[in-house]
Design a protein around this ligand. Structure first.
Ligand code: ATP
Ligand code: MG
Length: 393
């Protein structure tokens, strides 16, 4: 599945039929499609089902039972397999189930079913692939209060959950002035503090009871909006255990950190795959950014490649340029997010992420690009499919 593309292999003994099926699937994006047509299809079944990033669609021939038996006995098959054959033949159906195929389409009605069945299988293997290959913890911290770290963290988490269709957990570790609840208009029933107090008795599933679901794929873990904790009251070992549990259930974890270097934030940053410093376009903030990078790199031993900078509320007309920032902080990984008071305030008033209320705005596009980079993901696109035709008739 390089570049997020799935190999689609159509196998059968009728070239015209395969071409018709190829035409049906031509609207589905992100696929490389190939046809294998021969009187006997055993060889193609054997070779093409070894690719774990492929969907193999097999049109059984008159020797369907033998072909399915062969498929059942075949070692090391990794592709997702769809069978097209006579649905009324119960023998074929049960053999197909035993052979572990993903779906069985009736040959008489394939035109109506093929596209939908294919898209479902594609979605499930894409999700499987992504969740196996992308487990990431992103920590977001500001270089000065009010720079927009919580705004950025909320939107990045939301975009990852929406665009990559992965399970995402967003943790608000600002136990004194956390604002994630306001950004999503949610109040926690049970809090982060309560979960930490009983963490030794929790498993990954029971921990979910302490989280607030914003959507099927995005869950929030927040401190109490009323009972404020003092610095030092969060137990580092308990929090580490919580992160470990979350990692087993969530593909992406986003942590909104307070502007504080203490044992809690140091542990989270050491655990993180990426740390994003959010700052605004002023000399004072650029200097604070430099100072924070030095602390992370020299004192906490965090490699520079793991650190990214976001210049929030960026204004291209400001005389302080991104090149100035790069030379002040001695760091190259810099993203910009535009200043958009109206849209950000409106999202905030609605209690939804900006990416939900203004998905087509410039700032939404910038946030999506940032999320794609921080999540190390390719989002679904509507790129045109590339077809190649092979035939050995
Ligand atoms: N790109 C932007 N354009 C316009 N307004 C913004 C932008 N980013 C953030 N804001 C606004 O700036 C304010 C501060 O944002 P936010 O609370 O996310 O900052 P923070 O760095 O988390 O602050 P704190 O130090 O309180 O944790 C909020 O009112 C937010 O809506
Ligand atoms: Mg904040």
């Amino acid at each position: 599945m390089t570049e997020n593309k799935i190999n689609v292999i159509l196998i059968g003994d009728d070239q015209q039929l395969l071409e018709k099926q190829q035409a049906i699937l031509s609207g589905v994006g992100d696929c490389n499609c190939r046809l294998f047509c021969n009187k006997t299809i055993i060889d193609a079944i054997s070779k093409q089902t070894q690719d774990e990033h492929a969907i193999v669609i097999i049109n059984l021939t008159a020797n369907g039972s033998q072909e399915l038996q062969f498929l059942n006995d075949l070692d090391g098959k990794k592709a997702a397999i769809i069978i097209i054959a006579d649905h009324d033949n119960v023998g074929l159906l049960s053999l197909a189930i035993r052979a572990g195929v993903k779906d069985f389409i009736d040959a008489k009605t394939y035109e109506a079913q093929l596209n939908k069945v294919f898209c479902n299988v594609k979605k499930s293997i894409t999700q499987q692939y992504k969740s196996n290959n992308t487990k990431r913890l992103n920590a977001i911290i500001n270089a000065k209060g009010g720079s927009g770290a919580s705004f950025i963290g909320s939107n990045v988490a939301y975009i990852l959950s929406k665009e990559a269709q992965l399970k995402v957990a967003l943790l608000d570790l600002d136990v004194q002035f956390g604002s994630i609840g306001l950004n999503f208009d949610k109040v926690p029933k049970y809090t982060l503090t309560e979960a930490l107090a009983v963490i030794d008795d929790l498993d990954a599933l029971s921990l979910e009871a302490y989280m607030v679901k914003y959507s099927d794929s995005l869950s929030l873990l927040m401190p109490s909006p009323t009972d404020i904790l003092l610095p030092g009251e969060v137990n580092v070992a308990h929090l580490k255990k919580m992160l470990d549990l979350l990692k087993t259930q969530y593909s992406q974890i986003v942590v909104d950190l307070p502007r504080l270097i203490d044992p809690v934030s140091s542990m989270v940053m050491e655990q993180a795959d990426q740390i994003t410093l959010v700052l605004q376009q002023s000399l004072a903030q650029f200097r604070d950014g430099r100072r924070l990078i030095q602390i992370l790199n020299k004192d906490l031993d965090i490699p520079l490649e793991k650190i990214a900078i976001v210049v929030n509320r960026y204004d291209p007309k400001n005389s302080l340029r991104i090149e100035d920032l790069k030379s002040i902080v001695h760091h190259e990984q810099v993203y910009t997010i535009s200043n958009d008071y109206e849209r950000v305030a409106s999202a905030s008033n609605l209690g939804v992420p900006l990416y939900e209320s203004s998905p087509r705005s410039k700032i939404a596009h910038e946030l999506k690009e940032l999320a794609r980079n921080l999540g190390k993901l390719e989002f679904e696109t509507t790129k045109k499919k590339q077809f190649k035709v092979f035939s050995w008739f």
